[in-house]
Design a protein around this ligand. Structure first.
Ligand SMILES: [Zn+2]
Length: 317
């Protein structure tokens, strides 16, 4: 049984599931629990469920709830970390809300609130693939594109909470409409949504991608189309990787992190070949990287990254 004082609890609150872990002093997961989010039941019901899942993870780790000093909670949207307020949460259907205070009142423990991608980056930087580095920039390529910059064990949020937010960087090579209502944001190309858009546009021009575009595109379907040698899909994936490389070169020229971490569904689905394409394009597109190749790594913590990072943040409160 883990020592009580060392165990920290973190929760990843997503649009579809709530996932909690308890980690020991070495970052090992010693307890875990999950439940469906059921956001249609409303704000308070979801927070109560977050509390239940966090308690279950602590139970599994053999830790009494009172011995848990604080919990970390990663949420899908921008937050004011100092005030513990979520500013926007379209995936949950929430108005701006003081989540940290409301959850703390329900569970009787202090709550450290953070953006999920930032906590995922913190998890990888502390106990995942970048644990040996002083700084890391994480790019999370899923439906959209999230980013996080972690330096000396802390997320760099910046003065306005925009730190690491590369998804909505205005890119010079595309003008597709973005979910944020602007046009040409980087994530309109460097994401699974971007790959889907490129494939639909190619199909509209008469190309015949060997992939089903009728529903939501899954990373596993992209992988399968590549394995079958679909040139249209390969072209779309390469453009996604090249767009991401452009964004990471911008990051490198501004903050020059020790390493870059690539994670998220697209990266998990496509793996090393995607990473190699990004590295190659970064080297070709930057005088700095032509001289010394960027250190790119695949995320290691998978589904646990956000919850582990949230637990780290709870411990560093
Ligand atoms: Zn945008």
């Amino acid at each position: 049984m883990a020592k009580r004082s060392e165990v920290r609890v973190g929760v990843d609150l997503g649009g579809t599931k709530i996932h909690a872990v308890a980690i020991d002093g070495d970052g090992r997961v010693v307890g875990a629990a999950r439940q469906a989010t059921q956001s249609d039941q409303g704000y308070r019901a979801v927070l109560e469920r977050v509390g239940e899942v966090a308690r279950s993870a602590a139970d599994e780790a053999g830790v009494k709830w009172k011995a848990v000093e604080a919990i970390g909670l990663g949420v899908p949207g921008p937050v004011d970390a100092k005030r513990g307020v979520i500013l926007m949460a379209p995936n949950l259907g929430w108005e701006p809300s003081p989540v940290a205070a409301d959850l703390a009142a329900i569970i009787g423990r202090p709550v450290v609130l953070g953006n999920d991608v930032n906590f995922g980056g913190l998890g990888e930087a502390t106990y995942g693939c970048a644990r040996d580095q002083a700084s890391a920039f994480m790019a999370f390529v899923g439906t959209g594109l999230g980013g996080a910059f972690v330096r000396k064990g802390k997320v760099v949020n910046g003065a306005h909470g925009y730190g690491g937010e590369i998804g909505h960087l205005p890119a010079p090579f595309d003008d597709a409409k973005c979910g944020c209502s602007r046009q040409g944001c980087l994530e309109t190309t460097a994401s699974r949504g971007g790959i889907a858009r490129l494939l639909r546009e190619a199909a509209a021009r008469g190309a015949k991608p060997r992939i089903d575009l009728s529903g939501g595109l899954r990373s596993s379907a992209i992988r399968a189309a590549l394995d079958q040698g679909c040139g249209v899909t390969r072209g779309a994936v390469e453009r996604c990787a090249d767009a991401l490389a452009w964004g990471l070169v911008v990051v490198a020229h501004v903050v020059d992190p020790d390493c870059f971490v690539l994670g998220g569904g697209v990266v998990e689905g496509l793996g090393g070949s995607f990473l190699q394409r990004v590295a190659k394009t970064m080297a070709a597109g930057s005088a700095l990287h032509a001289r010394s190749a960027p250190d790119l790594r695949l995320a290691e913590l998978g589904d646990d990254a956000v919850a582990v990072g949230a637990a780290v943040a709870a411990g560093g409160r």
